[in-house]
Design a protein around this ligand. Structure first.
Ligand code: UGA
Ligand code: MN
Length: 275
């Protein structure tokens, strides 16, 4: 295998790029991350980005729920060379009015990334929806790389059962273990499956609807797969390599509470802009 190791991040005309380690023979892994502007955004991207930097031939498609690039994210990518594409896609206004738990979070973002794949990802590879607030063992990105159609694997901390996974017996998927079945054909978590790009491109109508709670199953159904098509990863789905760890929302930073805290013209002004 010949290594084409690039020291610097070099976008080409398509906004595409090669990252620190790129081997010509290795299929790319496209990691699609919805994100949105809030105090936790940069910490989340920092944590996820550090896992992704360990992986060869990886393209990180970050889609921000914003009308225009978020300056802090642009700065993050300036400071952290990684093969990436930075897009924006806002949740449609009619969904934003709903209470948070009824919003189709990350859907506009993922749809935008899939549009990008349809026009740019011609050389194959695999894609994976990696929300910004999960925890990833970097080995999962190499595991998914050989996916032929759709691969699946367990996700920790999902519902009251504590884990969501295909049920595998003698190497065959027999059903799904998930605390929220809700009549879903594929009761799995967003972080529990990966899709081959060519297979996806062969399904021109495959897409994710704005239906909170049913995005995963509806998307997988739109790929017209059967249970027998599912490729089981993570050692026969016996090992958890990704966790649905949520991050607590931090309260808006308080203004100076103690008049003795005199930070006029100090470093504190700069810190306060970051939280
Ligand atoms: C999970 C799924 O990822 C969502 O697609 C689904 O809507 C949700 O479950 C559900 O079924 O209720 P969850 O962990 O509950 O999501 O929600 P978040 O982590 O808050 O959001 C999912 C992704 O969307 C994250 O990557 C987040 O950064 C992004 N997001 C969230 C936005 O882009 N915009 C928002 O307003 C909120
Ligand atoms: Mn989440």
């Amino acid at each position: 295998m010949t290594a084409n190791v690039l020291d610097t991040y070099e976008p080409n005309n398509d906004g595409f790029c090669t990252g620190s380690r790129w081997f010509n023979e290795v299929p790319p892994v496209y990691v699609i991350t919805p994100t949105y502007p809030r105090a936790e955004q940069i910490p989340e991207l920092t944590r996820l980005g550090q896992a992704l930097k360990l992986v060869d031939n990886l393209v990180w498609i970050v889609v921000d729920d914003a009308d225009s690039p978020t300056p802090a994210v642009v700065q993050y990518f300036d400071e952290h060379p990684i093969c990436h594409v930075y897009l924006q896609a806002r949740m449609p206004a009619k969904y934003r009015e709903r209470p948070n738990s009824h919003q189709p979070r990350g859907v506009a973002n993922r749809r935008k990334a899939m549009q990008w794949l349809r026009t740019h990802a011609k050389t194959g590879g695999v894609f994976y929806f990696a929300d910004d607030d999960n925890t990833y063992d970097a080995r999962i990105f190499d595991e998914i790389r050989q996916t032929k159609k759709v691969s699946m694997f367990p996700v920790g901390f999902v519902t009251k059962l504590g884990v969501s996974s295909p049920i595998v017996r003698d190497g065959k998927v027999m059903g799904f273990y998930d605390g929220w079945m809700a009549n879903r054909k594929f009761p799995v978590d967003m972080a529990g499956f990966a899709v081959n790009v060519q297979f996806f491109l062969s399904k021109p109508n495959a897409d994710m609807p704005f239906e909170p709670g049913r995005e995963e199953t509806k998307f997988l159904e739109s790929l017209s797969i059967t249970q027998d098509d599912i490729e089981v990863l993570a050692n026969g789905a016996t090992k958890i390599l990704v966790w649905h760890t949520k991050t607590i929302r931090h309260k808006k930073a308080a203004k100076r509470m103690d008049a003795r805290l005199n930070y006029h013209k100090s470093n504190i002004d700069s810190l306060r802009k970051q939280i």
